[in-house]
Design a protein around this ligand. Structure first.
Ligand code: IDP
Ligand code: MG
Length: 138
């Protein structure tokens, strides 16, 4: 059994896509093990995306990610890291496969609706960034 961190980004929340994203996850057999809504400040967004601190888009990305509420979820299931990434689609929505969340809803390469951990190692860091062990329903 694997876990991954999913985020519905500020654009997904403001465009009322919370239900749409969760529906797609659940219909794919993914279980939500923990979930909450919060708003990051700039420093918290910088900490979350520290791996990208040298990228040209870091400042804009962390402004965006701290611009409004987000929904953070721990997803659980067999192969869930890859399953979630498949449902999300490529980072650049123009290159994302038909029927993926980003292809259907993203408006630019930054405002792409969802985040998903990309490996077991990043999933562990990212889940720990937002959740403690008392926040899991089961
Ligand atoms: P991922 O979200 O598909 O894993 P990453 O390369 O980890 O993509 O980038 C993290 C986030 O940074 C992306 O989801 C997107 O919001 C933003 N981003 C990535 N590349 C660019 C870019 O070239 N310009 C602007 N924003 C970008
Ligand atoms: Mg990434």
């Amino acid at each position: 059994m694997e876990q991954t961190l999913s985020i519905i980004k500020p654009d997904g929340v403001s465009r009322c896509l919370i239900g749409e994203v969760i529906k797609r996850l659940e219909q794919d057999g993914i279980r939500i093990a923990a979930m909450k809504m919060l708003k990051m400040n700039k420093a918290q967004a910088q900490g979350f995306y520290a791996v990208h601190r040298d990228k040209p888009f870091f400042d804009s990305l962390t402004d965006f990610m701290s611009s409004g509420p987000i929904v953070v979820m721990v997803l659980e299931g067999d192969n869930v890291i890859e399953k979630n990434r498949t449902l999300m689609g490529a980072t650049n929505y123009e290159e994302a496969a038909e029927g993926t969340i980003r292809r259907d809803f993203a408006t630019d390469i930054e405002k792409n609706i969802v985040h998903g951990s990309d490996s077991r190692q990043t999933a562990e860091f990212e889940i720990g960034y937002f959740f403690n062990r008392f926040e899991f329903a089961v």
